[in-house]
Write a protein that binds this ligand. Structure first.
Ligand SMILES: *Cc1c(COP(=O)(O)O)cnc(C)c1O
Length: 390
């Protein structure tokens, strides 16, 4: 008989009832060191007192207001997003895949407004993940996600990840946009070299194609900059964010330049919940905390410490690990064993990690993780690896 919860997930037999900073506490009282952070969502750790105060204060005031009215909390979040990024405007969503949907719609609308509605092809990359809506799975085009869900939304072409020759051959003045993650998350914590991101920007400028960046996972301080594309010194035309922005509350956004957003007039897009006061109050607080230069400096300091210890871990288990990759606290251990086996071994050592494609074990701790917790994480990862290489 089918479970009451639609069985679309492979779940570990652990349930959590509480969280404190970098720790998730299971129903049996076991404390797990959380290096998954709900897949880069709990950016400021569990039950962050500052966010709890913001949430409860707003909960006592007003939760939901329709977008039929002005929403000051939404305006405050949009102000912060615009102030700290390339963007001139932001639409607030509840999730990453909703942000992807709007990004795709915005690209199509842009070319429609330019009088060129047939210019709709968006170039994407293999290994990409943009969410699970019909548009997002068509964009990423991965066999695993699209199988059985056809016919797919047309208008996407996937290129081999990081293949700049393939991109040069594919892009033209008929290309509507290029859409990519500056650091692939689900694809295996694979950063695109800064030079390639600059080249993509240049190719977009030459052809007029819009550059759409998916920073749902790599954004919000995860890589040590507020957004990963800042390392390359370029800016996109449109950007999707989610995950860390809500610190655990469902929240996402599409950021855009005035030019890219030009077609999005009243009535062209909307959302019942998107931009509700509760989510936006939390998101604005997360932005205020994460965008502070001192906060990002700490992320970078801790990332360097973590990375150095992970290099030691890889050297100590050459049959289990191949190398470390990633940026900031968006780290991946390329494995010589199935990463899922390491995730399981980690449960035995009371540490939470996440598997990704390309034989990668993902480490996405809360950005607030302490030096002591980083040291403890590496001890536990070492023991987990020991369970596998004996
Ligand atoms: C998680 C993720 C998404 C989808 O976000 P949801 O909130 O699950 O819809 C999109 N893009 C990237 C890069 C992601 O990591």
């Amino acid at each position: 008989m089918i479970s009451h919860v639609l069985p679309t997930y492979n779940r570990a037999p652990i349930a959590f009832e509480r969280g404190e900073g970098s720790w998730a506490i299971a129903t049996d009282g076991t404390r797990y060191l959380d290096l998954g952070a709900g897949i880069a969502v709990n950016a400021l750790g569990h039950a962050n007192p500052d966010l709890v105060a913001t949430l409860t204060e707003q909960a006592n005031r007003i939760w939901h207001v329709s977008n039929l009215y002005q929403i000051p909390e939404q305006e405050k979040l949009a102000d912060l997003l615009v102030e700290h990024t390339f963007a001139d405007t932001a639409f607030i969503t509840n999730s990453g895949t909703e942000a992807a949907e709007l990004a795709i719609k915005m690209v199509r609308k842009y070319w429609h407004e330019q009088g060129d509605p047939d210019r709709y092809e968006i170039l994407t990359f293999e290994g990409a993940f943009h969410g699970r809506s019909t548009g997002a799975i068509a964009a990423a085009g991965s066999e695993k996600m699209v199988k059985g869900f056809g016919p797919l939304m047309p208008g996407f072409r996937q290129l081999p990840w990081g293949d700049m020759e393939a991109l040069k051959a594919a892009i033209s003045d008929r290309t509507a946009a290029v859409m990519l993650e500056p650091v692939q998350g689900e694809g295996g914590i694979r950063p695109l070299p800064d030079a390639d991101l600059r080249l993509i920007r240049q190719l977009c400028d030459q052809t007029g194609a819009l550059l759409v960046l998916d920073e749902v996972q790599s954004g919000m301080g995860r890589t040590g900059k507020l957004f990963a594309h800042e390392y390359a010194g370029i800016t996109p035309d449109i950007m999707m964010i989610a995950k860390g922005i809500g610190g655990g509350f469902p929240l996402g956004a599409v950021l855009a330049t005035e030019k890219a957003a030009a077609g999005m007039a009243a009535g062209t897009h909307g959302s019942t919940y998107g931009g509700n006061p509760l989510a936006c109050a939390v998101g604005a607080r997360v932005m205020q905390i994460v965008a502070a230069p001192e906060f990002l400096a700490e992320v970078n300091r801790k990332a360097a410490l973590f990375r150095q210890k992970l290099e030691g871990l890889v050297a100590a288990h050459p049959d289990v690990f191949d190398f470390v990759r990633g940026q900031g606290l968006m780290l991946g251990l390329k494995c010589k064993v199935a990463p899922g086996d390491l995730v399981k071994a980690g449960y035995g050592e009371h540490i939470l990690t996440v598997a990704a494609a390309d034989d990668t074990l993902r480490l996405l701790p809360p950005l607030t993780i302490s030096d002591e917790e980083i040291a403890e994480a590496v001890v536990r990862l070492d023991r987990a690896a020991g369970r596998i290489d004996g």
